[in-house]
Write a protein that binds this ligand. Structure first.
Ligand SMILES: [Zn+2]
Length: 147
């Protein structure tokens, strides 16, 4: 499951949840994604997602449900609650590396930097490169909750 912050041509921003990047791409190509505010299908991905580098031996983040049943889609309220918990956890336990996320995650992966939990922002391109290189990370929507 990936989450993208999307922006329509009238600058309405909203979140889109997709099974994968490919699904997002397919839906975007077919103009199946429309702005909930104005219905425009001229929608772009905002190139900033919060991403975290996850240590393999780390206890499962709250986002991961130990659910053996077929994946069900949580309700928006459940998602929001989950998100709040994840972001709290990240704030307390992860080092904020900002826009250097992709660089740091890669160095940690190659053991050129100290192994530690980090979070920061990555562009869609960076995220794609990281997953192609097999660097473990997780994309999260940016919270609009800490005001
Ligand atoms: Zn709109």
């Amino acid at each position: 499951m990936v989450v993208y912050n999307l922006l329509c041509k009238k600058n309405h921003s909203f979140e889109g949840w997709f099974p994968s990047f490919e699904d997002y791409q397919k839906q975007a190509d077919k103009k199946l994604i429309s702005c909930p505010a104005c219905g425009s299908t001229r929608v772009e991905k905002v190139p900033h997602a919060c991403a975290v580098h996850v240590k393999k031996e780390q206890p499962a983040a709250p986002a991961k449900k130990p659910d053996p049943a077929p994946p069900s889609v949580p309700s928006p309220a459940e998602f929001k609650e989950m998100l709040i918990r994840v972001h709290h956890y990240i704030k307390q336990n992860f080092e904020d590396v900002g826009s250097r996320f992709a660089e740091e995650a890669r160095e940690i992966h190659k053991k050129q930097a100290e192994e530690r939990p980090i979070h920061g922002t990555a562009t869609a391109q960076e995220a794609k490169e990281l997953s192609e290189e097999g660097v473990p990370f997780m994309a999260l929507p940016k919270p609009e909750l800490d005001s």
